[in-house]
Ligand binder design. Structure first.
Ligand code: MN
Length: 685
């Protein structure tokens, strides 16, 4: 292909054909949608070139072609086409959402976020690799983000020859230690094999070429005996009544051959038993064992090479029987045979993505049986049969790595900290000097208080000032032992030197200052009229005013700033003025509104239990209830009214609760009554 002449329209038609071939709900409407996404991607990258000289968007298209080999859903396809748009062009995330919906935006932003998870030169332990693999998964929040990132990386590896050698080596090393293992753990064997081979080709080109040549020669040499073996296997099965769907040859990928040779000190590829082997595909589990019995009675198996991955699946969900037989087709080398069902073969070929694209509804949807086999995931998650993929992966990122969190420096360095760690822990994890001189922190670019609890994948920037001392109050919230020890050490040094500790700004001192304001009755802007209030530093009824610069509104993320002599000023988290303020004087703040909710329903047994469960499950703070009232309508049906008050941090949080309440059986209206206005949501209106 002439690199300058990428044939976009032909590629688009091919994409459409490939999707039509497997996706049950790809109709005219979806096709039109895909065309719009495609044109948008092409237009957005107009004028940009890849290192190869091609139009930049050819990368999105090629990555998508790779992605299609695992049968993804449509949102994943769109995200793959557009995955570089936010980072490389003027298009914003908001624009993407407006045009293609929140999911596509979420996935594209996810790809950008996990791109920041990088392998660092200074670490090369397997422990570190494993940490980064975990971080990679944790940051993704959705397995589909990983699919796109892997496809993206495979295309970059396929075109790695256009990059300077050093950069190419760095990418290959990272792919070898992070991307390939993650692909393997997710059961994406095709991706894993190709990544491994492309990395070996980049990092050890002469070994790669030599092995490739040896394997080709060996295959030529063995062609006849391979055919003979296959025929022998077919003959044995023909004599039985067992229905065989298919028998095909398989070949180990070059990188696996290389690692096996290294591991076992082999000098020639011909010494590897399972370099070339066969796969026997049958209809169901029982047939697998029957096929095994037939083979074992025809040829002698090598005793310790039999593996039953059907009874006990591998942790990535892989299932098959493996056995190695002697003398198949008169062959002097042992022959490895894998036996599996059609379904197991689909899993091994396509991995988890196909488990939801195939669903009749066409919606993205995880198959719970599949998830159960993936013992790489934690047990408690496997019980949640109805979990959506989004929810599922959100939960993975919070529970697989439940006791540790992974956060990044702005340069992409990873720190692995105990759960509940704060920016102070993070600062000490970087270096004790950074910890000692820490005066504030930005989390994903936004100033946060020092006792903020870091979440997985957040980017933490520590603000420092030379000559500062750690604050003894930090001991109240730091989680990591090393931070605690360093802080104590510094404090003791000060005691020995008899120096007077400078008056430190602490959360309690800020709140105490503010409480005094309340006692003296000065400026206290309460918003009771709107049923709206603010929690500052975990406390209610702290006097505050809303900043004029950014005018925060209910539902927005906010932060409280306490300047000397004034009440707290509430700013939006994104407010540009925050950069100029003293980070030590910030406290976390959030809006909350008291909402009166009134539900009308036809009475039935268990109704009030359903109400309370739903409110509790939404995690909103239940304040009080006015009790149940029963009455009868003119048809003499027994009706019930229930009124209660909950606190919410944002309108969307409240809306989710209202929607859930509406779905309860027998409920016909859910009213949200604010003190000043009444908003009615009704099923029957
Ligand atoms: Mn890319």
């Amino acid at each position: 292909m002439n690199p300058q002449n990428y044939n976009f329209s032909k590629e688009l038609e091919n994409l459409i054909k490939s999707i039509q071939a497997y996706h049950p709900n790809f109709r005219k409407k979806e096709e039109e949608e895909l065309r719009v996404v495609y044109e948008f991607g092409k237009k957005s990258h107009q004028g940009q070139k890849r290192a190869s000289g091609e139009h930049f968007f050819s990368h999105g298209v090629e990555a998508t072609k790779i992605l299609l080999s695992i049968l993804p859903d449509l949102e994943t396809i769109y995200a793959c086409l557009l995955h570089d748009v936010i980072e490389q062009t003027d298009v914003t995330a908001e624009e993407l959402e407006e045009k293609f919906g929140p999911k596509v935006r979420f996935l594209c932003e996810g790809v950008k976020k996990i791109s920041q998870v990088k392998l660092l030169k200074k670490h090369d332990s397997s422990q570190h690799f494993e940490n980064i693999q975990k971080l990679f998964v944790a940051v993704s929040q959705d397995i589909r983000v990983i699919f796109v990132k892997l496809a993206d990386r495979i295309h970059n590896l396929r075109t790695i020859q256009y990059l300077p050698k050093e950069k190419g080596d760095r990418i290959a090393l990272e792919s070898q230690n992070i991307y390939a293992p993650v692909a393997a753990k997710l059961g994406l064997f095709r991706f894993k094999n190709e990544i491994e081979d492309l990395c070996l080709k980049q990092l050890q080109p002469s070994i790669f070429k030599q092995l490739q040549q040896e394997i080709t020669n060996l295959k030529k040499e063995k062609l006849e005996s391979i055919e003979k073996s296959k025929q022998a296997i077919l003959d044995v099965f023909a004599k039985s009544k067992l229905k065989i769907v298919e028998i095909h040859g398989r070949q180990k990928n070059i990188a696996s051959v290389y690692s096996k040779m290294k591991q076992k000190n082999l000098t020639s590829v011909s010494e590897i038993y399972d370099l070339l082997g066969f796969r026997v595909i049958v209809e169901n589990n029982e047939d697998c064992y029957q096929a095994l019995g037939i083979l074992h009675s025809a040829w002698n198996p090598i005793p310790n090479r039999f593996k039953d991955y059907i009874a006990i699946a591998k942790s990535n969900g892989y299932r098959s029987l493996h056995t190695t037989l002697l003398g198949v087709g008169g062959n002097e080398i042992p022959t490895e045979i894998q036996i599996r069902t059609v379904e197991m073969n689909i899993d091994a070929k396509f991995g988890p993505a196909s488990h939801w694209a195939y669903k009749k509804t066409g919606h993205s949807h995880f198959d719970p049986d599949y998830i159960k086999r993936m013992s790489w995931f934690p047990q408690e998650l496997m019980l949640q049969e109805k979990s959506s993929p989004e929810k599922f992966f959100e939960e993975i990122s919070t529970s697989v790595f439940a006791d540790r969190i992974y956060a990044l420096t702005p340069k992409g360095d990873i720190e692995n900290l105990p759960l509940g760690s704060t920016p102070v822990d993070f600062a000490y994890a970087i270096h004790s000097n950074v910890g000692n001189n820490c005066i504030g922190a930005k989390v994903n670019g936004v100033i946060k208080p020092l006792d903020y609890q870091i979440k997985n994948g957040e980017i933490i920037e520590i603000l420092t000032k030379k000559g500062r001392k750690p604050n003894p109050a930090w001991l109240n919230f730091v989680k990591s032992p090393s931070a605690r020890n360093h802080i104590k050490l510094e404090i003791n040094k000060d005691r020995i030197n008899q120096t007077e500790a400078p008056t430190e700004i602490t959360k309690s001192s800020l709140l105490a200052e503010a409480r005094k304001k309340r006692v003296h009755g000065s400026l206290h802007q309460n918003q009771k009229d709107h049923g709206l209030n603010i929690i500052i530093g975990g406390e209610r009824n702290i006097p505050y005013r809303l900043a004029n610069c950014c005018k925060p509104r209910h539902g927005q993320s906010i932060v409280g700033y306490k300047s000397r002599g004034l009440v707290f000023t509430i700013h939006r988290e994104q407010c540009k003025h925050l950069n100029r303020l003293n980070p030590a004087r910030f406290l976390e703040a959030s809006f909350f509104a008291e909402n009166v909710i009134e539900i009308h329903a036809f009475d039935r047994i268990g109704l009030s239990r359903d109400y309370t469960t739903i409110v509790a499950n939404h995690g909103l703070n239940f304040i009080r209830e006015f009790g149940l009232k029963h009455y009868y309508d003119k048809n003499n049906r027994r009706l019930v009214t229930w009124k209660f008050v909950v606190e919410s941090n944002s309108p969307s949080e409240l809306n989710r609760l209202l929607e859930a309440l509406e779905k309860i059986n027998n409920v016909f209206s859910v009213k949200h009554i604010k003190p000043t206005s009444t908003l009615t949501r009704s099923k029957i209106s």
